[in-house]
Design a protein around this ligand. Sequence first.
Ligand SMILES: NC(=O)c1ccc[n+]([C@@H]2O[C@H](COP(=O)([O-])OP(=O)(O)OC[C@H]3O[C@@H](n4cnc5c(N)ncnc54)[C@H](OP(=O)(O)O)[C@@H]3O)[C@@H](O)[C@H]2O)c1
Length: 317
Amino acid sequence: MTKTVAVIGATGLQGSSVLKTLHATPGYRVRGVTRRPGGEAAQALAAQCPDAEWVQGDLNDAGSLAAAFRGADVVFGVTDFFQPDVLARVAAGDQDAEFAQGRNIVDAAIAARVALVVWSGLPSAARLSGGKYPGVLHFEGKHRVAEYLRSKSGQIDGLVVHVGFYMENYTRFARLSPETGDGRTVEFAFPLRPDTRLPLTDTASDVGPVVRHMLAHPDQFRGAPAVVVSGGDRAAREMAAAFTEATGRPARFVQIPYDALGSDELAQMFRFLDEFGYFGHDAPDTSNAVDGYSFTTPLEFWKRRGWTGPVQPPAAS
Ligand SMILES: NC(=O)c1ccc[n+]([C@@H]2O[C@H](COP(=O)([O-])OP(=O)(O)OC[C@H]3O[C@@H](n4cnc5c(N)ncnc54)[C@H](OP(=O)(O)O)[C@@H]3O)[C@@H](O)[C@H]2O)c1
């Protein structure tokens, strides 16, 4: 029987991976949920996934989500803490802003009689650090949504994935080295120790196959700990070495101060990663989440992207 999967964040990194993967898998009909079905991002994906349906839905409006989910068997849910409206609410003192959006997904899925929600959560840094880092709000909110989903197990099935540290972050935090001044050396600048080990993830490639595997074997994952989307822990600096190997261009990892990003939330996260690790000291074996699937390595990531570094600023005339 064909299953209809409504995908939140379908125009984003995680959701588009799920949408594209299931669109290419027999037995699934996919529905992208977006605030702007006529927008550029949705239109570009519609061209790539011609059988996908697009519906309007806003995470701040549970009614719009319930309408968007009607007739769906499964919902893939993700929230984006870093949207300006969420950050503004957090800045105004509402620490539940992201949790409220996730709760809307669960409540709307129940109202629309959806059978299963696959929630993209994160662990609680507060719990894993023994209370030392309570302010990593984009981890806490997602963790609380997972708890909320589990508390509704009498009304809806729930499965949870934990996506690792995006390899895509490295393109976002890349710059041309101000120090070498050669216009060629690429620096990946993070408030992280170069040797800190992170569960790196090629989000665009690897989230979809993991979710597809979970949907094919729900009994295997029901009641189980979150499934980790990552091929395993690697030192933060390894992405720089892989970049050089893939492109031939000099690169290095640069450790910047924890407060360099101007956000206490992110400073606490990077301190937490350095001291405790993404999943705490008892990091799960992340390499066997999907039988027979090879997670993308850093070298494959750079080769697949074909990205050769930040654009060089035009020479001053
Ligand atoms: N960076 C990392 O290493 C990392 C690791 C694990 C988890 N995460 C988490 O990943 C989340 C972001 O996911 P992503 O990277 O896949 O997103 P993304 O690429 O930044 O795109 C954001 C997506 O969220 C949707 N969205 C945002 N606000 C919405 C709203 N009010 N209603 C409906 N849809 C909304 C957008 O849809 P439209 O614009 O089309 O409406 C878009 O598809 C963050 O919360 C972050 O904490 C990040």
